[in-house]
Design a protein around this ligand. Structure first.
Ligand code: DMJ
Length: 625
């Protein structure tokens, strides 16, 4: 309605009050409000006020958890509460980021509202007091007493062996480890990796601000090689300088296999509490990645602001990443008494067990929102690799009680044999990659771990397939050796093809690099332990010589840019997995079988040994099907 302005006329309010009356009424109202608030603050239990506010947040489970946790626990080292809630944007966050942050937080709150048993699981875990997991007492002596072999083997044949070639070879590999470590310590201590040409450190972007990847990846190798002083240096750094109060975006997979895996194995080898406690606290920081509608974690977790993490990784999660958490997460539950870790990975297993698989194959990309495959690309190399590895190792690590893992592994392997395994015209067996039914006749260096995996699983296959799998493992390993033997450096390329008359060689420069990867020597180690065929030690020694010739620099080992050049350029990076895996598998190849015996240990995909679990009370043994 249009009100015409008439001089001297003051319109009444909709309630019929004139201005002075309105003023008095407002004065009265504000007095009343002040009184009410005053009364609230004077109530004897100030927690009521807190509850009043937290009640309005009950639809925001994260915030509620944070209030609960904060009221119960002091935070050592300013570290984060486990699985805490979304925080207000950090001071100094710039405006666009801030807006995106707010929107993401709102979306996260909507998605994580408790709606069912799985969400309830998250809440229970998060509300579990932080120190309870840490205070949990793990029976370390009991665990050691159940091992079937001394961790570092027996030294009964020491005097005889000291004369032998194999001992000298092992000593050489130990020297390579010492050299790698000492240069890292000298030029890059505390950084994630060493850059040997520029003699400085490299941080990278995979670890969300965590540092010391090389230190944590090296702990068990130093221990295994009895490099005692170096091990003490590494341990002291973990104790004093490994801080978890970081704020970047981290790869769930990489943090899990390197940091959690490294800390867990350091604990199991030594019984030192610092490793157990840091592994559990770091594990708790990874939990927000699982807050998706399916429970399939996203690939990236945000440690931002020391408060909560949200996950981002485009629209799909990667099979090798979310499929390679099982071993470490079961051990986190075992060592903390907190069931949440095991629940998370059992849910992943359930989703994968129930989903339709094209021809029995597992594609590499899955939507964590819909739980559907995103595209039909299948690979035993990058993107798929360690998912298969973790199935057979889950079976072995459960002391052969996890029959679900066993069944899934052998079914997957049947499909791989049927659709992906090929023999080249020159007689080389390889595992191709599959794109919706069309094969790429190539193998990545990463796929070369599969010789070892198939050998490891051969024993428990159906009787009529055991010999076949042993032979398949040997043939794949031979092909991977060929990819090394056919290069000028005797080191293998990142990927090699079987087409146009060329076999086991890279076809372009962009695939010709070698970054100190372990997969080929990993397979030599498993095949050696299974067969004791001297060829595997011969091949392993060829790798040692090639590393010395082409990758050793004045200040550490470096990857090379072209394995087909007799004088290759270096890539200036000593990868942490070189110390965790390549040197460890080489050392084990020249060790007795009872050193980190495969009866007692399984190696995670970063070569960190985790024990087979034989305790009746364990969460792992309890997982029978
Ligand atoms: C390692 O970090 C792990 O083995 C992972 O599974 C994939 N490959 C790298 C080393 O090549």
């Amino acid at each position: 309605m249009l009100v015409r302005k008439v001089p001297g006329f003051v319109p009444a309010s909709p309630w019929g009050l004139r201005l002075p009356q309105k003023f008095l009424f407002l004065l009265f109202l504000s007095g009343l409000v002040t009184l009410c608030f005053g009364a609230l603050f004077l109530l004897p239990h100030s927690s009521r006020l807190k509850r009043l506010f937290s009640a309005s947040r009950t639809q925001q489970p994260g915030l509620e958890m944070m209030a609960e946790i904060a009221s119960h626990h002091a935070m050592p080292e300013q570290e984060l509460p486990p699985n805490p809630a979304p925080a207000a944007p950090a001071p100094g966050e710039d405006d666009p980021g801030r807006l995106v942050g707010v929107l993401r937080r709102k979306e996260w709150l909507r998605r994580t509202r408790p709606t069912g048993p799985r969400e309830e699981g998250n809440r229970v875990a998060a509300l579990r007091p932080q120190d309870e997991s840490v205070r949990f007492s793990f029976d370390y002596k009991g665990f050691r007493s159940r091992l079937r072999h001394p961790v570092l083997g027996t030294r009964s044949d020491e005097s005889e062996e000291s004369q032998s070639l194999v001992r000298a070879q092992r000593e050489k590999i130990k020297e390579m480890m010492r050299f790698s470590w000492q240069n890292y310590r000298r030029y890059a201590m505390g950084k994630n990796e060493l850059r040997p040409l520029t003699k400085d450190g490299f941080e990278g972007s995979m670890f969300g601000g965590l540092s010391g990847a090389t230190i944590i990846d090296s702990l068990d190798t130093l221990y295994l090689m009895e490099l005692r002083e170096e091990f003490q240096e590494a341990k002291a750094w973990v104790q004093d300088s490994f801080h978890l109060n970081v704020s970047g975006e981290a790869s769930l997979f990489e943090v899990n296999i390197r940091y959690i895996g490294g800390l867990l194995s350091a604990f199991y080898l030594t019984g030192e509490e610092v490793f157990r406690v840091k592994a559990i606290k770091l594990g708790e920081k990874l939990l927000p990645a699982f807050n998706t509608p399916t429970g399939i974690p996203k690939g990236v977790v945000n440690f931002k602001s020391g408060s909560w993490g949200w996950a981002t990784a485009g629209s799909s999660s990667i099979l090798a990443e979310f499929g390679s958490l099982h071993l470490e997460f079961l051990h986190l539950t075992e060592l903390s008494g907190n069931p949440v870790f095991a629940e998370k990975v059992r849910n992943i297993r359930k989703v994968l067990r129930e989903i339709d698989k094209p021809f029995g194959l597992y594609p590499n990309f899955l939507s964590p929102v819909s739980g559907n495959w995103v595209q039909h690309h299948v690979s035993v190399g990058g993107l798929g690799d360690s998912f298969y590895e973790y199935l057979i190792k889950s079976w072995l690590m459960s002391a052969k009680t996890d029959t679900e893992a066993k069944t899934m592994y052998y079914e997957a392997l049947e499909a791989i044999e049927t659709y992906l395994v090929n023999v080249s015209p020159g007689g080389l067996t390889y595992i191709a990659e599959w794109r919706g039914g069309i094969l790429d006749h190539k193998m990545g260096h990463l796929a070369c771990f599969s010789g070892g995996m198939i050998a490891l699983g051969a024993e428990d296959a159906k009787e009529d397939k055991r010999a076949y799998y042993r032979e398949l493992a040997a043939q794949i390993t031979r092909t991977c050796h060929e990819s090394y033997a056919r290069s000028d450096t005797k080191l293998g390329p990142e990927a090699f093809w079987f087409n146009s008359g060329r076999e086991a060689v890279a076809t372009q420069l962009s695939e010709s690099y070698y970054i100190l990867r372990p997969e080929v020597v990993e397979s030599y180690m498993y095949l050696w332990r299974q067969t004791h065929d001297p060829i595997y030690r011969e091949w392993g020694w060829e790798v040692v010589m090639a590393l010395e010739k082409h990758c050793r620099t004045e200040a550490g080992f470096s990857g090379i840019q072209d394995v087909y050049s007799s004088n290759p350029n270096h890539d200036n990076r000593q990868q942490s997995f070189f110390l965790a895996e390549t040197l460890k598998y080489l050392y084990l190849l020249f060790s007795e079988d009872n050193v980190l015996s495969l009866e007692d240990w399984v190696f995670n995909t970063e070569a960190h040994p985790l024990p087979v679990n034989r305790s009746d009370s364990s969460s792992m043994a309890g997982h029978r099907h």
